[in-house]
Design a protein around this ligand. Structure first.
Ligand code: URA
Length: 434
């Protein structure tokens, strides 16, 4: 078999066989297929898409490219969630304790932030001592003992995806439904849970810019799940505006704590309840309305917050910062950012706001970059809010005085301020359950 023939077949929009896809994934992962040929194939896939069969072969081959997490020693139903990526998305430290408080089990693996999007692992590591790497034995023991753990992906999980993703990032081929769906689902399949809830983001800060695209991505991932004997549900949520008010690692953990303490009932709370409910529905077959009520009760009773503290303690984290987020290490500078005009915020470009927080130190441009857990942005105003010229609309936190002006320019360019209030977009656009 020759890589040249596989590229030309896909270029001519013909369906690749299981063997051809396996040849590509194996060869690219072991280094025998060079980047230039893999790039050409990825671009042909980007332009011509893939059939359901091809997507399923590609995903399973990537899932098999490394080790599989063995969750068979976990007692009970294991559920997983995955967000397609957004800004201010701190649902994991809310949802995982909530569903664990309701008796489900989860060995949740998350990634680090890259580019304008934040990563759950970085957020959790802002809790002093919190270990996001556990051995397989520790993982099973923590989940059996407290119901859940929240960790990073092991280096051995779907290594084919890691290589292909890096190449996509450099060749303008990230934004392709077959490639995104296979990338996400290969990791979810390798990480072993039987039920998977996908939070598919749509809007300015997301890969999918329209509801139709988001539905297509959700359906593609659900099909892959079915072919791998997994139960999959999807919740499609708006990412035109950052979720909640905090962007930046310890700032986001403090906000997750406010939600779990019942002090914040906003967009972040609603998405977290919907995701928790979808996980409960998928695992237990209880009607969604009952699941929503159970998730709300877990938060209101304080059980979900207690569970976050149990998980944190089990992973070596200092629970004192959860009881009192004022104990988080603070950045040396905080600056109020003022509205340049009177009017209403009619839109916010989440991607630009995420980039402004990266400039302040909260994120990284390259995976090896070090991040500042204390840096970030607190939004005082969001889409739909009335603002006055000179009023503080956001607060920046940073240790880099020389970056404030650039971050401010980026942040202000993300806002559109108009004379009249525009119609608010729906937050939860649709929930596709099994
Ligand atoms: N998240 C992933 O893991 N892969 C993609 O391709 C896009 C988002």
């Amino acid at each position: 078999m020759r890589m040249y023939d596989i590229i030309s077949k896909k270029r001519d929009n013909l369906e690749l066989t299981k063997d051809e896809i396996s040849f590509f994934v194996k060869g690219f992962t072991n280094g025998s297929i060079p980047d230039y040929q893999a790039s050409a194939l990825l671009m042909a896939i980007f332009l011509n898409s893939m059939t359901k069969r091809e997507i399923s072969y590609l995903t399973l081959e990537m899932a098999l490219s490394g080790g599989k997490t063995d969750l068979s020693k976990i007692e009970g139903i294991t559920v997983d969630k995955h967000s397609t990526g957004g800004v201010g998305d701190k649902t994991t430290p809310i949802v995982i304790p909530t569903i664990a408080a309701l008796g489900l089990k989860s060995a949740k693996m998350s990634g680090r932030g890259l580019g304008h999007t934040g990563g759950t692992v970085d957020k959790l590591e802002s809790i002093p001592g919190f270990r996001t790497t556990l051995s397989d034995e520790e993982l099973v023991s923590v989940v059996n003992r407290v119901g859940a753990c929240m960790i990073g992906q092991s280096g051995d999980l779907a290594p084919a995806d890691k290589k292909i993703y890096a190449l996509r990032d450099a060749t303008a081929t990230v934004n392709s439904i077959p490639l995104i769906a296979s990338s996400i689902m290969s990791k979810k399949i390798a990480s072993g849970s039987s039920c998977i809830v996908l939070d598919v983001k749509v809007g300015s800060g997301a890969f999918m810019k329209t509801l139709d695209e988001a539905k297509q991505l959700a359906a593609t991932m659900a099909d892959i799940g079915k072919s791998a004997n997994k139960k999959v549900a999807a919740v499609i949520t708006d990412m035109n505006t950052p979720l909640g008010n905090a962007i930046g690692n310890s700032l986001e953990i403090a906000e997750a704590v406010r939600v779990l303490k019942g002090e914040q009932k906003d967009d972040l709370y609603r998405v977290s309840i919907e995701l928790s409910a979808a996980m409960l529905n998928l695992a237990k077959g209880i009607p969604m309305e009952d699941c929503r009520r159970q998730a709300e009760n877990a938060v209101e009773s304080g059980k979900a917050f207690d569970k976050l503290k149990e998980i944190t303690a089990a992973q070596g984290g200092d629970v004192r910062v959860l009881d009192n987020p004022g104990l988080f290490k603070k950045s040396s500078i905080s600056v109020g950012i003022k509205s340049p005009f009177d009017g209403y915020i009619s839109s916010m470009d989440s991607e630009k706001i995420g980039s402004a927080s990266v400039v302040l130190g909260a994120g990284r441009d390259e995976i090896k970059d070090k991040i500042d857990h204390s840096a970030g942005i607190i939004l005082k105003k969001k889409t739909g809010d009335k603002v006055k010229k000179g009023e503080v609309i956001a607060e920046f936190f940073t240790n880099k005085a020389d970056k404030i002006a650039y971050a401010e320019e980026k942040f202000l360019s993300s806002l559109s301020i108009t004379d009249t209030k525009t119609k608010e977009s729906d937050l939860i656009l649709c929930t596709l359950t099994n």
